[in-house]
Design a protein around this ligand. Structure first.
Ligand SMILES: [Zn+2]
Length: 377
């Protein structure tokens, strides 16, 4: 350690002295009172090794930030100032030990955002092999754990998916009730223990693992994120190595089959509501928000599934508003929604069933089983 001139700082990292001086001048980084008359040397007790270390750890960081980090460190804390002769010599852990390197952190966060931007720019696509129609079963608002959850429909629908070829799945959030955090008191009223709720939810994810194309979360899954900072669904998919699309909030992706391609938009809750038109929020988005999609899918409303074709921008688009997997819903009763019981062989009112044809046609079906029989005939 010793006084280091600008020239020495530049040499230490193999840079040009003039560049360094310019940066120091330009960004007002001169440590006042520490500049001598002879060739502008920085006459503080700069630690050459620390400077080299900082430059090595931030290879792509702009010089002005490196300098700020370096000078700031020494200016602000003066840990390397020579001590007056009468001061006791103290060795061992000090307050500045382990202090985070702000500049390295800034760089790490910046890189993370850069990576995220890269992924956002990549257009998500799902290429379905073959040239024959396929079934897309869309499951919304399962609410596993809820006293009124429709386990019978859930079980039938999962069996209909796994028991038939060419059936793929999208899920649209609120897979389980997840009464945790400030809602934990509600768990006391649930007949199904929380550990069973999660076990059933995870088993369904397992069972559908090779059929899942895309998954988003809903407000009930968000609770784990809010209470514990953990995205449980992301962790399940990651640990199980399930290669479907995932986002906690929204996914936009192209589904391609044969010569056809449809743009899907999948999210749990869409902005806006109308008591006269269940698909209002989704259709509103096509007209006043995002005109790019062909199939818009939403959940959250706990009514009955409605698939409504509508014309927009010279194309037929499909607004898919899912209902929920409830046998009778007290929440629905409170909202004044009609009670619904699926007929035998019919999918739950929480599911929508689409048949995609390689010529671009989309059909709807009341039943996963019936749709699967049609495409596999
Ligand atoms: Zn819900």
């Amino acid at each position: 350690m010793g006084p280091m001139s600008i020239r020495e700082m530049a040499e230490a990292i193999g840079g040009a002295e003039s560049d360094l001086s310019r940066h120091i001048r330009l960004h007002g980084l001169e440590p006042t009172g520490h500049r001598t008359a002879n060739n502008g040397a920085l006459c503080r007790m700069f630690d050459k090794a620390a400077w080299v270390r900082l430059c090595d750890s931030l290879p792509d960081c702009p010089m002005k930030f490196k300098l700020r980090a370096f000078l700031g460190q020494h200016e602000g804390q003066a840990w390397d100032e020579p001590l007056p002769a009468h001061h006791p010599t103290i060795s061992g852990p000090k307050a500045h030990d382990g202090h985070p390197n702000g500049m390295a952190l800034l760089e790490a966060w910046a890189r993370k955002q850069q990576e995220e931007e890269k992924t956002e720019k990549t257009r998500a696509t799902i290429d379905i092999p073959g040239n024959r129609p396929v079934v897309i079963a869309i499951l919304g608002d399962l609410h596993i754990g809820n006293n009124e959850a429709d386990y019978l429909s859930m079980w039938r629908d999962v069996k209909a998916i796994t028991g038939n070829a060419n059936v793929y799945v999208l899920t649209d959030g609120d897979k389980f009730d997840n009464w945790i955090g400030k809602f934990a008191d509600l768990q006391r009223g649930q007949a199904c223990p929380f550990v069973e709720e999660l076990a059933i939810a995870e088993a369904i994810v397992d069972a559908l693992s090779d059929r899942l194309l895309a998954v988003v979360s809903g407000n009930h899954e968000y609770r784990t994120q809010r209470a514990a900072g953990v995205d449980l669904v992301r962790d399940w998919l990651r640990h199980k190595g399930i290669r479907c699309l995932y986002d906690p909030d929204e996914l936009g992706f192209d589904v391609r089959l044969g010569g056809a391609s449809w743009r899907f938009k999948l999210r749990h809750k869409w902005a806006g509501t109308s008591i006269y038109n269940q698909t209002h929020a989704i259709e509103r988005d096509a007209r006043f928000g995002d005109p790019s999609w062909d199939v818009g899918i939403g959940g959250h409303l706990h009514g009955q599934t409605v698939v409504r074709p509508f014309a927009h921008g010279g194309r037929i688009k499909y607004a898919v508003q899912l209902g929920s997997y409830h046998r009778k819903s007290r929440y629905g009763t409170q909202l004044g929604l009609p009670a619904l019981t699926p007929l035998a062989g019919q999918a739950s009112p929480g599911a929508a069933v689409l048949i995609l044809h390689p010529d671009g046609q989309i059909e709807t079906s009341p039943s996963i089983e019936i749709a699967a029989r049609r495409v596999n005939a």
